[in-house]
Design a protein. Structure first.
Length: 204
């Protein structure tokens, strides 16, 4: 949390100049650029905290090593997701999104942040830095793309708010979300289960 605090402060400070940006007519483009920036932010914070993922933060005789490793990974994912959520709230308000659009952006940022951080940390433990970078970027692109496809198909309402279309959500967004969640959970469990006695997951 201490290491993530400067990122939180920086994200909040960067949100202040956004108040000076005039309201754009094409809110969809602004929304997607903003979401992409938030994803890059969450990736950067994940890499900042990644060296901590091998630490045995929760040693306990009552827990197997895999449970301790899993608890540590989940803690880092929660920190990344929480910091990203706070920055999302501040920057979305600064950009003067409609309340419903701010809610959509918060849901999207939360959803993407946890799967991207989880995938990045797990693949880093399993297969090293290079694979983790590719996995994190790939997951980010896929998740943002699902929101972009939804907005391209449905658009926004007349006031620039979130236009909810449940059928299109089921077709264009939820399948990606479910697949990303299953993959992230599976990789995180695998990385924890392969941890050795030093608290580090051996790179395969």
């Amino acid at each position: 949390m201490l290491q993530s605090f400067p990122w939180l402060v920086g994200g909040l400070l960067i949100s202040i100049p956004l108040l000076l940006i005039p309201t754009a007519e094409d809110r969809r483009t602004v929304l997607l650029i903003h979401l992409a920036a938030l994803v890059v932010f969450s990736l950067g914070l994940t890499w900042k905290l990644a060296p901590l993922s091998g630490e045995g933060w929760y040693p306990s005789k009552a827990w197997k090593l895999s449970r301790s490793q899993l608890a540590g990974a989940v803690s880092l994912i929660i920190v990344v997701t929480g910091v990203t959520a706070l920055v999302t709230l501040a920057s979305s308000a600064a950009l003067r999104f409609q309340p419903s659009l701010q809610f959509l952006q918060l849901l999207s940022a939360l959803d993407i942040a946890w799967v991207v951080s989880g995938t990045t940390l797990a693949t880093r433990s399993l297969w090293g830095r290079g694979v983790a970078i590719a996995a994190g970027i790939g997951m980010s692109i896929i998740c943002v793309m699902s929101i972009a496809l939804y907005l391209a198909e449905v658009g926004l309402d007349e006031s620039g708010g979130w236009l909810v279309d449940s059928s299109q959500m089921l077709r264009l967004v939820l399948p990606f979300d479910v697949a990303a969640a299953v993959l992230t959970i599976g990789l995180t469990l695998l990385a924890a289960s392969l941890a050795d006695g030093t608290g580090q997951t051996p790179v395969v």
